[in-house]
Design a protein around this ligand. Structure first.
Ligand code: NAD
Length: 360
């Protein structure tokens, strides 16, 4: 009899067909590792405040190394996290990481315009790659990143932490199982007040602009809540602080049309605090607030509440991605998922510029 276990196994095998076996796990040894070693590239806010602390809680991976251009940071991290000298790199000698069996995964946590270069260098060094969102400023960059990982037989995961959050998974399930029928309308907002004036988020060359930064959360909210890919967009960009947002937009409003007829109205801003998702179905409703925070995402729907406990979202994300690498199963958010968003982001910029509707 084809039981549940065999069914699952065949799913895993089927799913594994398009991903690469984690060859680095076997480097120099026939034994698989219990925990994969991660090297963080770029020791700014997200690495320092979120990822490194989360890596103290993970079960399938640990903070094995760092890549930084600042010797003082290297010294501080070395002391704090007990990182051996041989696992500390700068941007010049980074490529020699290829010879380091302690490092299985390189996690790129740099400004978006730098993601492509470091994903390419990591893949060529034979390491699996985690890359922060937004994947890159252009479709071409994303495609080059996916290709280099394929060519070098390593896997690429995008840091879409919310996709690992059971509260996000619950609203996705409600749509998928058509609990309240078809989705009619999504409203979604993601933003915060950024008081900085000369950060990469305000620089076009470094991949700034709110659309790639916070906008992808609103876009993910709409895509995941409908379970569909948008086919057409309109958009409007604006700024209330033109002296700061000279090169990139401070605020973007965008409207999406989906194949089923569902519509989404989204906004994102570096000038407004907001974090909500609302879905109107044929026969019910769902609201999440917040919907894309690090913790305590929660909400309610016509017939219940959404409030699943979660200890640490980034730890869950990295553990799940490492489990997928160890078992050669599908990653939750592979490079192709990052590319899907950037296709829409490019269309949104075109629509904001032209004032018209852009088909995708
Ligand atoms: P940050 O500015 O705090 O850190 C960036 C790091 O890159 C710094 O250590 C900086 O020294 C280094 N760097 C190297 N070359 C640089 C250059 N030429 N210009 C500027 N910095 C340079 O940024 P961050 O907030 O940590 O964001 C890093 C990445 O993480 C971005 O892709 C961002 O979108 C992402 N991020 C994701 C989340 C999430 O929730 N998933 C949250 C925050 C940031």
């Amino acid at each position: 009899m084809f039981n549940r276990r065999e069914a699952l196994k065949s799913l895993v095998i089927g799913g594994a067909a398009s991903i690469f076996s984690p060859n680095v796990l076997l480097a120099g040894t026939a034994k698989k590792k219990d925990k994969l070693g991660i090297a963080l590239v770029g020791l700014g806010y997200y690495s320092t405040d979120l990822l490194a602390p989360a890596l103290q809680m993970t079960e399938k991976c640990y903070l094995a190394g760092i890549v930084t251009g600042t010797p003082e940071k290297a010294e501080k991290w070395k002391q704090k996290y007990n990182i051996p000298d041989k696992n500390i790199y700068n941007y010049q000698n980074f490529d020699t990481i290829a010879n380091n069996p302690d490092i299985d995964i390189v996690y790129v946590v740099l400004p978006p315009s730098m993601h492509k270069e470091y994903v390419i260098r990591a893949a060529k060094a034979g390491k699996h790659v985690f890359c922060e969102k937004p994947m890159a400023p252009s479709i071409n960059d994303c495609m080059a990143m996916i290709k280099v990982c394929k060519d070098n037989k390593v896997n690429l995961a995008i840091g879409y932490r919310c996709q690992h959050d059971p509260n996000t998974q619950e609203y996705m399930r409600i749509t998928k199982e058509k609990l309240y029928g078809k989705v009619r309308m999504v409203s979604c907002g993601a933003g915060y007040f950024d008081a900085r004036t000369t950060h990469w988020k305000q620089s076009k060359a470094l991949g700034g602009g709110v659309m790639g930064d916070m906008g992808v959360y609103a876009l993910q909210g709409a895509r995941l809540a409908t379970g569909e890919e948008p086919i057409a967009v309109t958009a409007q960009s604006s700024t209330t602080r033109p002296e700061i947002y000279k090169e990139v937009e401070e605020t973007m409003m965008f409207q999406l049309q989906f194949p089923s007829g569902a519509l989404a109205a989204c906004h994102t801003s570096f000038g407004i605090n907001m974090n909500y998702l609302q879905v109107n179905y044929e026969k019910g409703w769902l609201k999440m607030e917040p919907f894309s925070s690090y913790l305590n995402n929660k909400g309610s729907h016509s017939n219940g509440i959404i409030d699943f406990p979660l200890k640490n979202q980034q730890a869950r994300q990295m553990d799940e991605d490492c489990t997928a690498l160890m078992n050669s199963t599908q990653l939750t958010a592979p490079g192709e998922e990052g590319l899907r968003d950037i296709k829409v982001v490019e269309a949104i910029y075109q629509a904001a510029k032209s004032g018209g509707t852009v088909k995708i």
